[in-house]
Design a protein around this ligand. Structure first.
Ligand SMILES: Nc1ncnc2c1ncn2[C@@H]1O[C@H](COP(=O)(O)OP(=O)(O)O)[C@@H](O)[C@H]1O
Ligand SMILES: [Mg+2]
Length: 322
């Protein structure tokens, strides 16, 4: 028997009580709380869920012979989000020095959104993107990717979920220099155990989509920057991820080629894939639907679709001259 109770919002401080005893407290603007009762042979477990981290995370509390496990959960609306970061912190420790890079990031990105992350060099853009792509861990807070809490996963499970969910595109393309375009694109399928024949066939399909069929047999050093980035995008797409994460995808390209790459990312987004790019170029950011600005380890500003007009007006003039 599982009973559920989930009021929409509780405001502003949540005190969790059972049989009149206070077992947890949460000071927050809003919190969503639910609990389920799971009787097993020798104990009754009550799971209490709050949509954000609470102090007594996974601590077990015994009251009147009942064992309480306090866990993190999501309210319904947030569970639908593709990306949900709550109070995420990240520091790098080097010897005696600790560099606090992310100081409490709250970020909510819907499925199918097209987002750019901006900020000065060293502001933590790549750190944030690496956390989103499960390439790096965070120290504090919570990160849900498509409803799954990304924390304490085994390396194997993380790799599996990452391969299923995320495709990466990098500034420096990161192609394997001794493999041709088709083999580079096919690589993610090799790791998935797809046969050579099938993965090469699919690689050709994706190269074709990106206008590179004729370049399938060429090595990366025989291709232009724009072509290499298109190969990298094909490689990111071949495993059919739900998100594309791109760290300065146009950083090594001239303006005209940058805009071509952005057009491709826009099309990919049009197919329903969530696209998140890091960029420090305003005109590139202006082509996305939401701009997240990082400053001093925090989100300084989010410019949303409706408010982008002025931003575009200021920065998209360059487009007309191309
Ligand atoms: N692996 C690491 N070890 C130590 N410090 C790092 C590491 N990665 C990044 N940093 C530092 O963290 C800060 C943020 O880096 P990063 O996220 O790459 O910034 P951005 O992409 O915005 O330029 C920088 O000061 C950088 O030097
Ligand atoms: Mg960076």
């Amino acid at each position: 028997m599982i009973r559920r109770w989930s009021p929409n919002k509780i405001n502003p401080a949540v005190t969790i009580l059972f049989f009149g005893r206070r077992i947890g407290r949460k000071k927050k603007k809003t919190a969503s709380i639910s609990f389920s009762i799971k009787p097993t042979r020798d104990k009754t477990e009550i799971l209490i869920r709050l949509h954000e981290k609470i102090v007594c995370l996974s601590k077990k509390v015994e009251v009147n012979n009942l064992v309480f496990s306090l866990l993190i959960s999501e309210n319904k609306q947030k569970a639908k989000a593709m990306i949900n970061l709550n109070n995420v912190h990240k520091s790098y420790v080097m010897g005696n020095n600790k560099l606090h890079v992310l100081k409490g990031i709250d970020l909510h990105i819907e499925q199918g959104d097209f987002v750019s992350i901006m900020g000065s060099s060293g502001s933590g853009k790549s750190t944030l993107l690496n956390i989103l792509g499960m390439l790096d861990n965070y120290d504090e807070g919570s990160y849900y990717l498509n409803g799954t809490l990304i924390a304490n996963m085994s390396e194997k499970k993380a790799a599996q979920y990452r391969n299923e969910m995320v495709g990466f595109v990098f500034q420096s393309f990161n192609l394997i220099s001794f493999k041709n375009a088709m083999e580079n694109v096919a690589l993610p399928l090799y790791y998935k155990g797809v046969s050579r024949k099938k993965r090469n066939l699919m690689a050709m399909e994706y190269l074709d989509k990106l206008g590179l069929r004729e370049w399938a047999g060429h090595m990366p050093n025989e291709m232009s920057g724009g072509q290499k980035q298109r190969v990298a995008i094909a490689r990111a797409l071949i495993a059919q991820p739900k998100i594309i994460l791109a760290d300065e995808p146009t950083g090594a390209l001239d303006t005209a080629t940058s805009y071509e790459v952005m057009e491709i990312l826009k099309e990919i987004n049009g197919d329903g894939i969530t696209v998140i790019i890091v960029t420090h170029e305003h005109d590139i950011a202006a082509m996305t639907r939401q701009i997240v600005r990082l400053k001093d380890g925090l989100i300084h500003e989010i410019i949303r679709n409706g408010e982008l007009k002025e931003f575009r007006h200021a920065y998209m003039k360059e487009l007309e001259t191309v």
